[in-house]
Structures are given as C-alpha cells and as structure tokens.
Design a protein around this ligand. Structure first.
Ligand code: BDR
Ligand code: CA
Length: 303
C-alpha cells in the first residue's frame, strides 16, 4: 500500500498522545517526524513527552523541538487539563530512561528539510498552537507547494473552550493561526464544533483496559484522567480527517482568525454570507461518525 507521508506537529498533551498512537496504528500513514510546540505544557515537557511516546511505540521517526513561546503573545499559566506532566499524571508509568535521541535541528528546520527533500507532497497534522507552522510558512515559503494539506485541530465555528469565543490552540497563538489561514496552503479544520463529538464511553474504556498490553497499561489511565477534565479527545480527529475523510461531513469555507485584543482574540469565524467574495481557504469539518471514531481509538492500542 502506498503510504501517506506525515509530520505531526503537536504539544503532548493527552489527546495529542492519542493522535500519535492512532497515527502509528494506521497502515495508511508513514510518520516522518513528530515536532513539538509550547502549548498544553511548556516546550521542555511537550518535547520530553514526544520522546517518551516515540519510545513507547518504537517509532522510527525524527523528533524535533519547536517554538518555546507564541509569536507575539506572552506565555500564560498552564491549565491542569493534561496534568502538570502533560500525560494525565501518568509520567511514572513510562520508563525513566529516554532512548530516543532528540534531533539536533529545530522543528521548523526539520519540517522544511523533510518537505524539500521529499519527491512527493507531504501531509502535516497540526494539533497544537500553530507557532511552528506559521514560522515555517513565513521563513520558507518555497515549502508551500510541497505540502499536500495541513490537517489542523484548532479553532471553532461558534464556540470556544478557553473563552466563550476562542479555542485553546488558536487562543494560545492567534497571530500564528492567522498566518496559516492566509497562507494559501490547503487546510482541513477539525474545530471544537466537530471535536466535542470525539468522546469515549465507559464501555470503550473497559474494552481498552481488557486489551491488557504495555500500551493499554499507560494509555487507559492517561485518557481516564483527561476525560474527567475535558470529555472530548480532540486531536485524533485531525488524523482521521486525513485517512478516513468519509467519516466526516464538511463545508469549504472562508475562515479568518481574530488577532485583536479583547474578548474575541483567537476566535475563528467563517463567512457564510452569500455575498462573500473571498474564496474558501479551508475545509471545515462539521459532523463526524462518533461510533467509528471510538472503534479507531480502541483499536489503536491493540499493538
Ligand atoms: C486542543 O487544546 C488542547 O488542550 C488539546 O490538546 C487540543 O489540541 C483542544 O482545544
Ligand atoms: Ca493538542
């Protein structure tokens, strides 16, 4: 089977961890790199967590450290949604020693090199704040034609989780999100309006527990802690949007991000007006098959 070359830019983060676990389980994908960004926890921890996950899954791919701070916004205090370790308080379940070596090159250089060296177009799943991706597109605009699509978990149409209007990833770095949405690169957006449906049932958790392998022993406590704080497992949606588009309904829309100070900072909005003359810049996912989503998550840990 011809595999889709994929780079995962993320801030693990429990649902980021599940995006990586899911991507690793899908035969359609060839993970070329995991790149990290400040987000759910600081860059030292998102990077350590990416290395731990690469070890856990025996991933043969580059892991590179990315942006420590947003483009413009000052860093803010972290919430406890993903635990202070970013792993739902489950750091102690991972081996103490990290085997995977961190790339000597930073995330942006790593992504640029993979794209420019690739004969085919490469897909990017971006499931954290878009700082690395914005820097990439600004510093190396020549990469744009090497990107198949950027599948983003971020934003929302008509709701928010950090503020009434803004979703976490876009709120953390609104300027970066705005750069990406005005880049001309094909985008898929799994926003909160979609990902609030990405949930697991008690029965799913029991099924996962019953698998009883090395991965489930870490993954189940991790996701159980996370679900108790944020019911939705957002980030894996951006992976399934690449491999199983038939699971989703979507609309091609013109989407922008508000970068102004105030209550709407970081808000994403779509122009539904019939008189809108701006061409669509994004495939916005609007509905998903939650039963299929649950099946994929449960199966992803049957390694
Ligand atoms: C997004 O924010 C983070 O907490 C999650 O990892 C996800 O990427 C949801 O708003
Ligand atoms: Ca994330």
């Amino acid at each position: 089977m011809k595999k889709i070359p994929l780079i995962i830019d993320c801030d693990p983060g429990v649902d980021d961890a599940f995006a990586i676990i899911l991507a690793n389980s899908l035969e359609e994908l060839d993970i070329k790199a995991i790149t990290t960004v400040n987000g759910n926890v600081g860059i030292d921890l998102t990077t350590r967590n990416a290395l731990l996950l690469a070890d856990l899954l025996d991933l043969d791919c580059t892991v590179a450290r990315g942006a420590e701070v947003p483009l413009v916004k000052p860093l803010r205090e972290k919430s406890n949604t993903h635990g202070s370790d970013g792993l739902g308080g489950c750091l102690n379940l991972f081996p103490k020693e990290i085997r995977k070596e961190l790339s000597k090159e930073d995330a942006v250089t790593t992504i640029k090199n993979i794209l420019m060296d690739s004969e085919e177009k490469v897909t990017i799943a971006a499931v954290g704040p878009l700082t690395n991706i914005a820097l990439l597109l600004k510093l190396y605009p020549q990469v744009k034609e090497k990107i198949e699509v950027i599948s983003i978990m971020g934003g929302a149409i008509n709701n928010g989780n950090v503020t009434p209007c803004s979703e976490f990833n876009f709120y953390e770095d609104p300027e970066a999100a705005s750069i990406v949405f005005n880049s001309g690169v094909p985008l898929i957006m799994s926003g909160l309006n979609l990902t609030v449906n990405a949930t697991l049932t008690e029965e799913n958790l029991n099924e996962m527990k019953a698998i009883g392998n090395k991965l489930s022993e870490i993954a189940v406590p991790m996701i159980s802690d996370y679900i108790s704080k944020d019911a939705a497992i957002h980030d894996p949606c951006a992976i399934l949007a690449i491999t199983h588009p038939e699971m989703f309904e979507s609309e091609d829309l013109y989407v922008q991000i508000d970068t102004r100070e105030g209550i709407t900072r970081g808000m994403s909005y779509a122009d539904y007006r019939s008189k809108n003359t701006n061409p669509p810049n994004c495939k916005v996912l609007t509905k998903m098959d939650t039963t299929k989503f649950r099946e994929f998550i449960v199966n992803s840990i049957k390694l």
